[in-house]
Design a protein around this ligand. Structure first.
Ligand SMILES: Nc1ncnc2c1ncn2[C@@H]1O[C@H](COP(=O)(O)OP(=O)(O)O)[C@@H](O)[C@H]1O
Ligand SMILES: CC(=O)N[C@@H](CCC(=O)OP(=O)(O)O)C(=O)O
Length: 301
């Protein structure tokens, strides 16, 4: 037998073994809800986008109920800068005035949402793009974040404008979709009972959806391998107490703060597995859900 024919046989054996390995995971997650948060930093590469859409399609075909919640922070930033508006963040959240919230809604619920829907549909599925406004799915209230003023050591309230926190999640529409062929793709924009539109951090939105649906897994796809320590090494497993300490000492900063805070809340609400992983690895979702080769940082109580 030639070397190349032996190689092909070995490759096929490896692939068959991987497929066989997936079976118990497929059985474990049948009819279970898996919320996948697709971060703006993980988007943008055509091949990676296609691999992501294939993973979501395969989950649905395997009897899982996947729900995609997407971000788009860098894409909002690019649009704001085109319009001459500077992006400002406090504690990982975008300070959002009236003009900004209009652009946020346009970019998130408009272009990005439909791009992801189109990618999944190109894989032969039935994705449907929605935001918190659809079907009374999510209502928000103005976020009420506080910080310790380093000068006076007094706790102060941060006014982030039209940044919202999800306070009501109605699962009626998502339950209907779970029983159908449809895959929901959700943009983190929601109305308030006060009639305003609110910009919600996509991690926070994903956590609220996962909590309301009693999701089995919540995955955060970002642009780093997971939570990194001070020396930039990956932390495989992080307890809630350790995570809080890393936020306090500044090791976890910026956009990683709402991610980790959402993980902590999701664990509190009973979501079983909460993982932050690198969305720049092709098929990161399939590897995490259907194989032993899960990577990233697992948050544990
Ligand atoms: N300790 C940390 N470990 C990993 N990433 C961190 C840490 N602290 C801050 N970050 C930053 O958080 C970013 C991920 O959050 P974010 O920019 O909001 O991404 P996404 O768009 O995927 O939600 C990383 O790219 C990194 O710059
Ligand atoms: C309040 C707030 O910060 N909202 C975010 C919403 C998008 C988001 O969260 O996108 P990523 O997941 O790509 O970071 C923003 O305006 O950037």
């Amino acid at each position: 037998m030639s070397d190349s024919s032996t190689d092909r046989k070995n490759d096929a054996a490896t692939q068959a073994s991987l497929l066989a390995q997936a079976l118990p995971y497929m059985q474990r997650y049948e009819n279970k809800t898996i919320v996948v948060k697709y971060g703006g930093h993980a988007m943008g590469d055509t091949a990676l986008g296609k691999a992501f859409a294939q993973d979501i399609a395969l989950l649905k075909q395997s009897g899982v109920n996947p729900i995609v919640v997407h971000g788009g922070g860098p894409q909002i930033g690019a649009m704001l800068s085109k319009m001459g508006i500077e992006s400002k963040f406090e504690g990982g959240l975008r300070v959002t005035d009236q003009k900004t919230v209009e652009i946020v809604e346009m970019v998130l619920a408009g272009s990005i949402n439909k791009e992801i829907v189109a990618l999944i549909n190109a894989e032969g599925e039935w994705a449907i793009g929605l935001c918190g406004k659809d079907g009374n799915m999510v209502y928000a209230e103005k976020a009420n974040k506080t910080f310790i003023d380093p000068d006076s050591n007094i706790e102060r309230v941060l006014d982030l404008g039209f940044v919202g926190e999800p306070v009501e999640v109605d699962r009626t529409l998502l339950d209907l979709l779970a029983k159908s062929e449809m895959i929901p793709v959700l943009a983190p924009v929601a109305p308030g009972r006060d009639g305003h539109t609110y910009n919600i951090n996509a991690d926070t939105f994903a956590g609220a959806i996962a909590g309301a649906l009693n999701a089995t897994r919540l995955l955060f796809l970002t642009d780093v391998p997971g939570v990194l320590d001070k020396d930039k090494n990956l932390i495989d497993e992080l307890t809630v107490a350790e995570a809080r300490a890393l936020i306090k000492d500044g090791t976890i900063s910026g956009g990683m703060i709402p991610k980790v805070e959402t993980c902590i809340e999701a664990l509190d609400r009973g979501v079983e597995g909460v993982v932050i992983l690198n969305g720049k690895v092709p098929h990161a979702v399939l590897l995490e859900i259907f194989t032993e080769h899960g990577a990233g940082t697992l948050l544990v109580p």
